[in-house]
Design a binder for this molecule. Structure first.
Ligand SMILES: [Fe+2]
Length: 360
């Protein structure tokens, strides 16, 4: 069956995302198929493959490697879930011991799942807390993942809730106020440092909790005392300039080196301030930066504009973090059992130099 792409009906007017037909991801993909899918990813930013069955974790990893965006030397995959253990553990996620590239997320007890034992998964990242982000922008000092994939295996079907929301950074630029866009084109965003792949050191965790977000999850209000209980309020904590020392930095608006598309590209929840891309001087401080990034993203973040993916069995979604931002609705509303696989492989570290993002 020939590969074809069709717009995702729910967001056909507002997003470039596409459903990809005619591919069985459980089989070996030949070079021509990989090339078509890569072209589709660069053009649409996000591809949805429905009804995928028999897709093994090994295949998920080989799909992620097939496009050549990853760092072939990467040998550590730390996402803060801790090492596998046989003790009972409650965690936001787990990694397969034999295949640590694959993270497992959800709300179920895993007694023995691809080597993950005795682990109760809990969903913690909600729309009001994590906000819009691209994987790795803010939590990796080097080598963000170009692509992330998420897979909802057959046999694990929740009845609703816990949607993943997506919005195109390319379209966000088109919706953005022209003066604001011109200003952000001059800016590099400096992030609050946090533990990451390269330095998973607790001393880098400077904030007291997850960001609490408002305005369709585009603006940080503060830091949540309890990510599962909004009534618990916010920590008494203020971001200071030194909290961004050693944190990630990259341009707010970036041109993709392969597709040539300019894209808005920031994680507002972790942003500290904006600096001039040429001089390095601060252009917008700690107070102003969340407001500016929110104004940039808000027209693209609300219901009716964003794409809310409601996960079905066998759904496999691949998106480019360099062209697409994502968030999640509150997973505490999820009805039924939920289990997802996630793969995100870092790009070569040479794409980052001295903590500054370069486009190449
Ligand atoms: Fe994410």
């Amino acid at each position: 069956m020939a590969i074809s792409f069709s717009p995702i009906e729910q967001c056909a007017e507002t997003q470039p995302f596409a459903e990809c037909h005619g591919v069985d991801l459980s089989r070996d993909l030949d070079a021509g198929t990989v090339a078509r899918i890569k072209q589709g990813l660069l053009e649409h930013g996000l591809l949805l493959f429905r009804g995928q069955r028999g897709l093994t974790p090994e295949r998920e990893v080989s799909f992620n490697r097939a496009f050549g965006w990853h760092d072939a030397t990467q040998d550590e995959f730390l996402f803060g879930f801790g090492a596998p253990t046989t003790e009972h553990k409650v965690s936001g996620g787990a990694q397969m011991p034999g295949l640590p590239e694959v993270s497992v997320l959800g709300n179920v007890l895993l007694e023995d799942y691809h080597g993950i034992r005795n682990t109760q998964l809990v969903s913690a990242l909600g729309f009001t807390y994590s906000g819009w982000h691209a994987d790795g922008l803010h939590d990796m000092f080097d080598g963000m993942p170009e692509m992330t994939t998420m897979f909802n295996p057959v046999g694990w079907q929740s009845a609703g809730g816990g949607e993943t929301c997506f919005t195109s950074g390319v379209r966000a630029l088109e919706r953005m106020d022209a003066d604001l866009r011109a200003e952000l084109e001059r800016c590099v965003v400096a992030y609050i440092r946090c533990p990451n792949d390269d330095l998973p050191d607790e001393s880098r965790r400077v904030t007291p909790g997850q960001a609490y977000m408002t305005d369709e999850a585009t603006r940080r209000l503060g830091w949540a005392v309890n990510p599962r209980d909004p009534a618990a309020g916010l920590h008494d904590f203020e971001v200071r300039p030194e909290h961004a020392d050693g944190g990630g930095r990259h341009r707010c608006i970036r041109v993709h080196p392969e597709s040539g598309q300019a894209s808005f590209y920031a994680t507002p929840s972790r942003a500290a301030y904006l600096v001039d891309a040429v001089t390095g001087e601060v252009r917008h401080g700690i107070e102003e930066t969340p407001r500016l990034l929110s104004a940039a993203l808000l027209p693209s973040a609300g219901p009716g504009v964003r794409y809310e993916h409601q996960w079905r069995e066998g759904d496999f979604v691949a998106w480019l973090n360099t062209l697409v931002l994502h968030s999640a609705t509150d997973p505490t509303d999820t009805v039924g059992e939920r289990l997802m696989h996630r793969v995100r492989l870092s790009t070569p570290k040479t794409r980052w130099a001295d903590g500054h993002y370069t486009s190449h």
